[in-house]
Ligand binder design. Sequence first.
Ligand code: NAD
Ligand code: ZN
Length: 249
Amino acid sequence: MDPIAAAAEALADCTSLLVFTGAGISTESGIPDFRGPDGVWTRVDPDEFTYARYIQNPETRRAFWRMRADSGVLTAEPNAAHRAVVDLWRAELLVACVTQNIDGLHQAAGLPAQSVVELHGNAHETFCVDCGERQPTTAVLDRVAAGDDDPRCSGCGGILKAGVVFFGEMMPRRELMRAAMAAADADGVITVGSTLSVFPAASFPIEVVEGGHPMVIVNRGPTDLDDLATVIVDGAAGETLPKLVARLM
Ligand code: NAD
Ligand code: ZN
């Protein structure tokens, strides 16, 4: 059977779907993933970007802001896969979209903020690590472009950090709780564009499976949880997810 038809059949009785997304849902919007063949980790050493290093080392901060300016995360547009998730929400089939992405593209596609759980934060906002003052990241990048390569808080002089979770940094407690509640309420899960290898994020689809519910994996290439999948759809999310969603409505 065609995998999309098989996936639709596996999810046919579901009315409360958890959609779990990773970097692969945004590659068709022009944002590189981390672990795919052209992923960021083929060029950048992840050990460089720990929270401790960022705070201690001005060179790490300079490298971070340079990378942010080049990454396209702040200027990308949502694609057909992001819009398909919105279609599920409109059809009242979505419990929540739990994402590891920091690009804000689910909301840009039209998903209301209360239906999106951002486990790893959002790159569009920047915070002062000392006083907590918040500002748009674009305003900080304007300063970087003007030559201020390690920009500081204009209020207190503290280090500025984008609102994304670094390696070695705590994940936002409220978002973890919201994801756990969504996983507990779900009667099926679709994962999209994730290697399902980053924990605790990947524990949420596992929780749905352990509740006895189906899991459809939409991904280009293998994931760490392929053995738990009811059906695997191997292909580009922007092509396959809209077809799958159309069959569920
Ligand atoms: P990952 O990089 O580990 O895996 C992405 C997976 O998606 C790979 O298996 C890749 O082959 C697949 N893929 C790539 N393009 C695809 C497409 N068009 N259709 C279907 N599949 C496709 O990503 P991850 O599991 O999300 O973990 C990476 C971590 O990096 C996350 O924690 C996230 O916070 C962060 N990250 C976020 C962004 C973003 O916000 N867009 C981008 C890069 C990394
Ligand atoms: Zn400050």
